[in-house]
Design a binder for this molecule. Structure first.
Ligand SMILES: [Zn+2]
Length: 275
């Protein structure tokens, strides 16, 4: 081999190593799992769409989203408490118009299936403090909670599943770029509750997504901009829906509506993932 050719081979090898190293450590969001965090039947959907579909029931779902970032795991919402999985008839609501929840699978069993231990969850970001979203927060006592200050300090939530005072928490006041690289941003969307928030996630192949939380509950309410009567503030709800619409346009993002059964039926559920 000539000296020139040797140099050429050495250079090509080095380039290959550099490429492999950068592929392994490429910063940002790597993948997202959609986790079954509940299935239910709403007694009367006019509770969410005043004056429309009165007395009609509708199937609801409840999702959690496990997201792998190069700097660690983040769980968005924790769903209905895993204890409901052991209840043969599910959880009957006090108000028959509300949702009767069941839990076909626990959150823990689905994490286990993927091979993720609860102690590996670095951040626990919560859309809001209703029981179908914070039911399993204390399965992750070490995870840093990312919650709006207004939600954390809300004096009169439903009284269930509030955070333990010793749970590590970052109390947010507005939008928050979680890893400082723009790949996952909490968007402040108050209205359903005082400190409600949504999540913008940028996946390498799937593209940008907005995870709604309960800024909207199902697609027809989104299309018609309807605010549920149970919301804490109607004007803020409508302003937050507009805010999300603006983010969708700017980021060319899809909107994934947490409780919408028809949309979830179209998604790939964990252990399959989006990258
Ligand atoms: Zn909800």
């Amino acid at each position: 081999m000539t000296k020139g050719l040797l140099w050429c081979v050495a250079f090509a090898t080095l380039t290959l190593f550099a490429f492999a190293a950068s592929a392994q450590t490429r910063p940002g969001v790597e993948k997202l799992y959609v986790i079954n965090c509940g299935e239910g039947v709403a007694g009367d959907i006019s509770r969410w769409s005043p004056g429309v579909n009165e007395g009609k029931s509708m199937e609801f779902v409840d999702n959690c989203y496990l997201i792998r970032h190069s700097q660690g795991w983040l769980l968005w919402d924790t769903g209905i408490t895993d204890a409901v999985a052991a209840m043969p008839d599910g959880l009957t609501p006090a108000d028959p118009k509300a949702t009767h929840w069941r839990r076909p699978k626990t959150l823990i069993s689905q994490l286990d299936q993927i091979g993720v231990k609860p102690a590996e969850i670095k951040f626990l970001a919560i859309s809001h403090t209703h029981p179908d979203h914070v039911g399993n927060v204390e399965l992750f006592p070490q995870a840093m909670l990312l919650v709006q200050k207004a939600e954390y300090e809300w004096p009169n939530p439903m009284g269930v599943g509030r955070f333990k005072p010793e749970h590590p928490v970052t109390k947010l006041e507005g939008d928050h770029d979680i890893f400082g690289d723009g790949s996952m941003t909490i968007i402040s969307t108050p209205g359903h509750t005082p400190g409600h928030q949504s999540l913008l996630v940028k996946l390498p192949n799937t593209g940008a997504l907005v995870l709604s939380g309960d800024a909207v509950h199902f697609k027809s309410n989104w299309d018609n901009r309807r605010a549920p009567s149970i919301n804490s503030d109607k004007d803020k709800t409508l302003a937050s829906m507009q805010r999300i619409a603006d983010v969708l346009t700017k980021e060319r993002a899809q909107l994934w509506i947490n409780h919408d059964k028809e949309q979830r039926d179209s998604l790939r559920m964990s252990p399959t993932f989006y990258d």
